[in-house]
Design a protein around this ligand. Structure first.
Ligand SMILES: *[C@@H]1O[C@H](CO)[C@@H](O)[C@H](O)[C@H]1NC(C)=O
Ligand SMILES: *[C@@H]1O[C@H](CO)[C@@H](O)[C@H](O)[C@H]1NC(C)=O
Length: 480
């Protein structure tokens, strides 16, 4: 039997062809990794659907242990009060106006801007084009948790906010209340409502407080642009659907609430300060998943559940001078697989408490300090020269006309964290429709201050877990 004989020449050919195969397959692999297909028509269809009500559906159930608590989480668009017009451009402009106010409010907490002065009401009624922005100061408030307050528990839609600590809701009797979708909370109908006195630790922990003649604690939260809530600081039982209830949680019972948006009953503070809900219920962790803002699905806000095993981990950093903010250890950004040359000093949290990157549930569009934004944008533009450009839109300066296209290839955008992990975003988290005619914009923007903010557009569809015991933030794509 003749053995096949490998000659020197055929061996060289074999090696060469193997090399070619290897290199071309690794090229394909890199390409898949560094570029992604963006489904333009799916994204547009979702944008158009925002005006047609659908039955809300929850897609994800995680592992519950005995002490875990869970709330349903709704995007603003699933609330009846949000169906104001059939105009997606208008909807986008309203969202961006809320977002702008939110960012200015967040920045007002940093040392670079003066803090809003207590009890001072400044109004700028003409600042925004849109009539929809009552409640601008409260922030974009794009996501609402359904939470029970009092005993018997009454359920309310409350904005979730990782950028503030004090939870509050509108309370009867109303000296001034804005419109909300649920009946206004009546503390006299709850057996567990207990006003706090001025001498309590909770009262002392408030940034702005006062004492009534009867010695009860009065809280105020001001949002810098004239919006505020004032009322009694009290303890109440907070319930988490069927998963449990926690007594004696300090919340604000707001009798005078001004400039705040319609719809929600109040706000759930998820910040890092003493008075935030996670701090008060001594949660080891909490997590949320923000569904696509245009969808009518719901997801969950959970406390004390194990984070998904596939989570990309990033350090959760603390800033001793602003305990409320949740800082993430971002070290770099890459576009199309190439690291953008960002000097680390521009995104690091300084030892003086300046700079850094916070992760925020209430800001929509990620803000990077101007120098960093320009570098990222230029990298993105240079790799999207095949896409038809379109003019800017509001704060966006990089837009494309994808009208008539069903899918396009776009460079992958990824965040690098200290510790070495990388989070690659799906294209829907950085190319967003701004009208219903096929105009899409690169959903990042610059900000003049040293603080950068990771917004909720970039967190869509991702379960974001805050491991408070071990100081990690976990990102798990597709876990809503
Ligand atoms: C639930 O826990 C089990 C065992 O601990 C694990 O195998 C499973 O993947 C978990 N499910 C989810 C959705 O995290
Ligand atoms: C939609 O809203 C935008 C911005 O307010 C406006 O310019 C445009 O004319 C509106 N379109 C329609 C069809 O009403």
């Amino acid at each position: 039997m003749a053995q096949p004989r490998i000659t020197g020449l055929s061996l060289a050919r074999l090696i060469l062809s193997l090399l070619l195969v290897t290199s071309s397959s690794s090229q394909d692999h890199d390409d898949q990794h560094h570029f992604q297909v963006f489904h333009v028509s799916d994204s547009l269809q979702q944008a158009r659907q925002v005006f047609s009500p659908n039955l809300a559906q929850s897609l994800y159930f995680s592992n519950y242990s005995a002490d875990s608590l869970s709330l349903t989480l709704h995007p603003r668009s699933s609330l009846p009060s949000d169906r104001y017009s059939n105009n997606y451009t208008f909807l986008t402009l309203s969202r961006l106006a809320r977002d702008d106010a939110r960012v200015r409010w967040l920045l007002s907490h940093t040392r670079d801007s003066p803090a809003p002065s207590p009890y001072k009401r400044v109004r700028h009624p003409d600042q925004f084009e849109s009539p929809l922005i009552s409640g601008i100061g409260l922030g974009s408030g794009e996501y609402f948790a359904r939470i029970g307050v009092g005993r018997p528990a009454k359920e309310f839609y409350m904005v979730i906010d990782t950028g503030s600590d004090v939870s509050w809701l509108q309370c009867q009797p109303c000296y001034d209340c804005y419109q909300q979708s649920d009946p206004i909370f009546d503390s006299s109908a709850s057996s567990t409502y207990e006003p706090l006195t001025c001498k309590t630790e909770q009262c002392a922990s408030l940034d702005i407080s006062a004492c009534s003649r009867m010695g009860s604690c009065i809280y105020q939260v001001s949002y810098g642009d004239g919006s505020y809530t004032v009322g009694n600081f009290a303890t109440e039982t907070i319930s988490f659907g069927a998963t449990g209830a926690v007594p004696n949680v300090a919340i604000g019972c707001g009798h005078d609430n001004e400039g705040l948006f319609s719809g929600s009953a109040g706000l759930l503070g998820l910040g890092g300060g003493k008075l935030s809900l996670p701090s008060q219920i001594k949660a080891n962790s909490f997590s949320y998943c923000l569904v696509n803002r245009d969808s009518s699905s719901t997801s969950t806000l959970e406390f004390n559940t194990a984070r998904p095993a596939d989570a990309v981990l990033a350090p959760l950093l603390r800033n001793p001078s602003i305990k409320t903010f949740r800082y993430v250890g971002l070290t770099g950004i890459s576009v199309g697989g190439r690291a953008v040359p960002i000097p680390s000093s521009l995104i690091a949290l300084g030892s003086d408490g300046r700079g850094g990157v916070i992760i925020d549930s209430g800001t929509s569009v990620t803000r990077l300090r101007t120098e960093v934004y320009s570098l990222v944008r230029d990298a993105f533009r240079s790799m999207t020269q095949n896409l038809p450009p379109a003019g800017g839109f509001s704060l966006f300066d990089t837009c494309y006309n994808l009208n008539g296209m069903s899918r396009v290839k776009v460079p992958t955008l990824s965040f690098q964290f200290s510790g070495g992990k990388t989070l690659s975003l799906p294209p829907t988290n950085y190319l967003i429709p701004v009208d219903d005619g096929g105009k899409f914009c690169f959903a990042f923007a610059g900000t003049s201050g040293p603080l950068s903010i990771m917004g909720n557009v970039q967190q869509q569809g991702t379960r974001v877990s805050f491991d408070l015991a071990n100081n990690y933030i976990g990102f798990s794509p597709n876990k809503c």
